[in-house]
Design a protein around this ligand. Sequence first.
Ligand code: PEP
Ligand code: MG
Length: 568
Amino acid sequence: MRASYAGRSVSRGRAVGRSLLVVGRKRQYFRSEIEEGAVESEVSRFRAAVAYASRQLEALVAKPPTQNAADIFDAHLLILESSSFLDAVEDVIELDLVTAEWAIKTVTEKLVSSQRASADVHLRQKAVDIEDVSERVANALAGGKSPLPLLPPNTIVVATELFPSTLMEFADSPPAAIITERGGWTSHTFILARESGIPAVSGIKRVNRRFDDGDVVVVDGDHGTVTFASEEDLDLSLASEHDLGVAALGSLDADASPDPTFRVYVNVDSTAKVSRAIEKGAVGIGLLRSEYLFPGIKGWPDEERQFQAYKTAAEAAGGLEVRIRTFDFDLDQVSFGGREPEKNPALGMRAVRLGLARERNFRTQLRAILRANTDGNVSIILPMIAGVQDLKQVRSLIDDEFSRLEGIDSPRVGAMIELPSAVLVVDQILKYVDFLSVGTNDLVQYTLGVDRDDEMVSDWYQSLHPAILRSIERLIEAARSAGKPISLCGEMSGSPFYLPLLVGLGADEFSVKLSSLRSVRRILGSIDRAQVEEIVRVVKGLDTAQAVEEALAAAYRTYWPDLHLTRT
Ligand code: PEP
Ligand code: MG
């Protein structure tokens, strides 16, 4: 019998293909071959990275925090400059015809395993130092930002954790499917995978040991399983390709126009998707995740590049509103090498905090957004607002940049509500913004203290926890009393299962991924408000997420047996 592993479905659909292991902690990469003629430039890329890493280490040795640290960095310099490392990597590039990243990985693994096998405890401990040095050089290579090579057709990407930026870099050669150990339903990687119709299964333990480059595997994103297959299966499946990889939308085929009091926006992660969203009936772009401008370039995107992207999006929306979210990521995603990673990036220097700390970069983005607002349809959304202090500071930067520009309209400014503190002071926040957008993915993460990317605690990531339902209800009431719009964003609002509940809690504005637009419109056109309000009255009396889920499922079966109200 063929080995099969059960994980968790994080993006529907099914695909057969060949596995390819993606590795790397800071920047991800995979085994990729180069032409013989490219050896020289690959070796010089490697040498430049080594020189950069040496300079970093020399600086650390010159100003060490402690004497012990100086000794450690000295030892790292010795490893870095040793011929057993340098020559070996260059040999692998030249003989195996692979990228510098892959050569470093191969050599490091060899050196580390021989150190680990040693009887001498000091030599065994040195293995960690070798890994550290090689990570430093790999980061220096990443700083140079050469684009990732294209993926071969029918590639199934396997990774302990796949970064969203890596997936974005695959835009020109998307994988057929994804298998990971970590990452939950609301992690950015899988939001993007669902958006692009790439089936994915997460929660498969020790993926690096179970799969090798080139294994033929079947990924069943509907049932959350991965099975090894034969070469014949691959040939057969390629012959009937049209059967595969199609996201199952259940019985949601018919198009129904929703009640006009509902407004459905679309979330996008590229300018190209704006016009498609508008053609399909979105009332605007509820969230443009501007981080998509980063992968494939070195450092921060400059003002002109950003301006062009935002202006194109504003024009493609044909006068409808485009809400551009300022960069929402953490420090590790924008800096390379030379710095210890943050212990808790989700709680660290990220989103507007990072913007305020890097004011010059933040002003560049704000200016580019403002300049794109010549037709008055561009709004700004600020992520991870904790309270009024953040807002006041950001608004003063916006006002300052706005005052220096001519011929543009003043933008509407909204706050993402994703922190419990923002829920508690929402009445104060509402005085400083034109609208609210509830980031339910993060609201669940921060309210319940559950890392949305950590599969191990995914049972505690409960979108139906009574605290979440109370928070959403409170936010909707506060926005309504202030007479300002509030949109429900994040994966909950695009999910057929949660949508009726959100309507029952009073929501009338949603921002969903493009692939959910049709089903969301259909559900909004089919459900009866009085009925959902009655369902909500029942679930509000329940005290666990599980009880809420069961009550919802039972109510849906009774009221709308023909609607396919599942989570994904
Ligand atoms: C959210 O947190 O729900 C949200 C919409 O933003 P993101 O998923 O990009 O964090
Ligand atoms: Mg968020």
